[in-house]
Write a protein that binds this ligand. Structure first.
Ligand SMILES: Cc1cc2nc3c(=O)[nH]c(=O)nc-3n(C[C@H](O)[C@H](O)[C@H](O)COP(=O)(O)OP(=O)(O)OC[C@H]3O[C@@H](n4cnc5c(N)ncnc54)[C@H](O)[C@@H]3O)c2cc1C
Length: 385
């Protein structure tokens, strides 16, 4: 099982291991050459433009560039739509009532469907899931068990080291068909093609045709849970709305330059001034994280800051009043999004490689056409210079 270390050395090793061609041919396989960069990207150790700069052979024709584009597409939609991404962006499939809670057999990885149970076990152990496993899990939960995508998205978000409201909640909506034209479905044959044998589910309820799955997805029918004993499951790690530590007492000198470092901007850029880590508790109470995620984030935050503030951003107004300048990076995470502009004299957007059109693009293809075109034009201009 892969484990993620919250260090620049681990990030550098992941980048050094990237094989652009092998990625393209194997990324759909659970044991393919994926990068496992997502926890580092989500927490801002690095960024897509920095990765393009470090991978000079990467072109817009490469599959990896396309996947980087998906990340920035979701950030674009989040930027332009705000908290609307947390609710259906278009009407859900008609005539279906989805249940508002995630059943225990799913939470405990004892559905009796191997692909789902394996995914839940891996998630809890490593805080990571391959993209295909995320798609299978989401499709099963929404279409075959009729769970409302939002409750399941919040659950997955909390357990992932890379949990990101843009990529996660919009992907769930894409699977659910509230941000796409049709439900995403998969069957046992698809799992057998891309996953190792212990994930296979031949003979199970999902060992069926796409016509049958489509019928289930578009009707109130669901797959009945198997009565698998709790002995075969795994207990769900707690999700915690606050870190298990106290913040530091802040010591800000008169006229000092301050950089507020939130959980999604954990780069190690040098800064000539005081670096304060900020944890805005109302956000975390609303979107709690596993201990594993807190440990990953806090270990890095400690390494790249001088002090850590834990509380409500509003409380920083008085201590920061005498600072010479206050800089941070804009965040779309609710609470941080509204609170940071009130504290900062300079608040740049997070770095992006692809364009962020004023008007929200409703599909990746529309976004890609604009973004790739702007880069191709820039490249062409350079060649002619
Ligand atoms: C239901 C569901 C939930 C998801 N939740 C998250 C999430 O919370 N955070 C998150 O970062 N990604 C999420 N994704 C997208 C994707 O699964 C992960 O980014 C990817 O699996 C991370 O592994 P990797 O770094 O090895 O990816 P690689 O395949 O090596 O890709 C490299 C990078 O490209 C980006 N990327 C690749 N595929 C996608 C994609 N489909 N959508 C968006 N970006 C992509 C990621 O930044 C990734 O780190 C989700 C997908 C689904 C279907």
């Amino acid at each position: 099982m892969h484990s993620f270390s919250p260090t620049t050395a681990a990030l550098d090793a992941a980048i050094a291991a990237i094989h652009i061609r092998a990625y393209a041919t194997s990324r759909n396989n659970l044991d393919g050459r994926v990068t496992r960069l997502s926890p580092y990207l989500t927490h801002g150790f690095t960024s897509i433009p920095a990765l393009f700069a470090q991978l000079p052979a990467l072109t817009l024709q490469d599959k990896l560039a396309f996947e980087f584009g998906w990340r920035e597409f979701f950030q674009h939609v989040w930027h332009r739509s705000g908290d609307a991404i947390l609710s259906d962006l278009r009407p859900a499939l008609p005539g279906i009532s989805y249940q508002p809670t995630l059943p225990d057999d799913i939470r405990e990885g004892r559905t009796g469907i191997a692909v789902i149970d394996q995914a839940v076990h891996s998630l809890y152990q490593s805080g990571y899931l391959h993209n295909h496993a995320r798609m299978w899990l989401a499709s099963y939960v929404v279409h075959l068990r009729k769970v409302q995508w939002r409750v399941a998205a919040d659950w997955l978000y909390g357990h992932l080291l890379d949990g990101d409201l843009g990529s996660n909640h919009l992907s769930w909506q894409w699977v659910a068909a509230t941000f796409s034209n049709k439900p995403y479905l998969f069957n046992a044959e698809n799992v057998a093609k891309f996953a190792p044998a212990r994930w296979h589910c031949t003979g199970s309820a999902i060992d069926t045709s796409y016509e049958e799955l489509e019928h289930i997805a578009r009707s109130q029918n669901s797959i009945a849970p198997l009565a698998v004993s709790a002995r075969f499951g795994t207990s769900e790690p707690a999700l915690l709305g606050a870190p298990a530590m106290d913040g530091s007492a802040l010591h800000i000198k008169h006229g000092q330059a301050v950089r507020l470092i939130h959980p999604w901007m954990l780069d190690d850029a040098p800064f000539d001034g005081l670096r304060i880590g900020v944890i805005h508790l109302p956000f975390h109470a609303r979107f709690p994280w596993s201990q594993q995620r807190w440990d990953f984030m806090l270990t890095r935050m400690r390494a790249v800051t001088d002090q850590i503030f834990i509380g409500e951003l509003e409380e920083l107004r008085t201590p920061l009043a005498t600072a010479g300048s206050v800089v941070s990076q804009a965040s779309f995470n609710p609470g941080y999004r509204e609170g940071l502009p009130l504290l900062c004299s300079t608040l740049p957007e997070a770095p992006r490689y692809f364009a962020d059109p004023e008007q929200a693009c409703r599909s990746f293809s529309a976004f890609w056409a604009l973004s790739a075109a702007s880069h191709n034009t820039a490249q062409t201009r350079n060649w002619h210079r």
